[in-house]
Write a protein that binds this ligand. Structure first.
Ligand code: 5RP
Length: 230
């Protein structure tokens, strides 16, 4: 059976094959996005023309190291395509993202793109979102009040589960935009639209990792090849 790294590379190559030269490209974050960046770097070195906008400082650094021409989103505010990974994708192309902590910039970049292509190995495909803890980017001010609001939302929807502050060692994880992340293990999110709307109504929540109506195509690699969900 193909190993995880090989599947990520396979999904990355399949997504790259659909890209046209000269596009303005949003570039995702995470290990699968990194496989894509390496594929893209090889093609750029062979002459492929592209302008990239990164979804995180980490992605920006790697792209520049590999010689991919990078711009800021303010320099290129309208993007043709974004290629990014995901933590979960369901049959309606709804996603959970943010396992790598970049969900806010990922969502801003995806929203600025005409098309979002998700690349993943087939284990990311789920029937119901929510087995992966939902990352919620929050302002540090009023953290406990925001935490309680999220718990109330979950209870109203008949959900329970731990909500924990993401840490790196003993310190809170800080996002590229200077916020914190709460990871909410609801187990299942049967109505992602309702959850998304309820979370957006909490002032302390900057953004959450439910991506709804944003993904145009998921390229999923498995031992039997690549499947495309549209
Ligand atoms: C980062 C993300 C990643 O795309 C997501 O966590 C998937 O990562 P990986 O490809 O490493 O499994 O949303 O914020």
């Amino acid at each position: 059976m193909a190993d995880a790294a090989a599947l990520k590379r396979q999904a990355a190559e399949a997504a790259f094959a659909d890209l046209e030269e000269g596009i303005n490209l949003g570039i995702g974050t995470g290990s699968t996005a990194e496989a894509f960046i390496r594929v893209l770097g090889e093609h750029v070195r062979a002459g492929f023309k592209v302008a990239g906008v990164a979804t995180s400082q980490r992605t920006d650094r790697l792209c520049r190291e590999l010689g991919i021409p990078m711009r800021t989103l303010d320099e290129l505010p309208i993007l043709d395509v974004t290629v990014d990974g995901a933590d979960e994708v369901d049959g309606k192309l709804r996603l959970i993202k943010g396992g790598g902590g970049a969900l806010l910039r990922e969502k801003i970049v995806a929203h600025a793109s005409a098309k979002m292509i998700v690349i993943a190995d087939e284990t990311k495909r789920v029937e119901t979102l929510g087995a992966f803890p939902l990352p919620i980017e929050v302002n540090g001010f009023g953290l406990t009040a925001t935490f309680l609001s999220i718990r109330r939302i979950a209870e109203t929807m008949g959900l329970s589960g731990e909500i924990i502050l993401r840490k790196v060692g003993d310190d809170p994880f800080i996002t590229d935009s200077g916020h914190l992340i709460l990871d909410a293990s609801f187990g299942r999110i049967p109505d992602p639209e309702a959850m998304s709307a309820a979370l957006h109504a909490v002032p302390g929540i900057v953004e959450h990792g439910l991506f709804i109506g944003m993904c145009s195509e998921a390229v999923l690699a498995g031992p039997n090849g690549v499947e495309r969900l549209k």
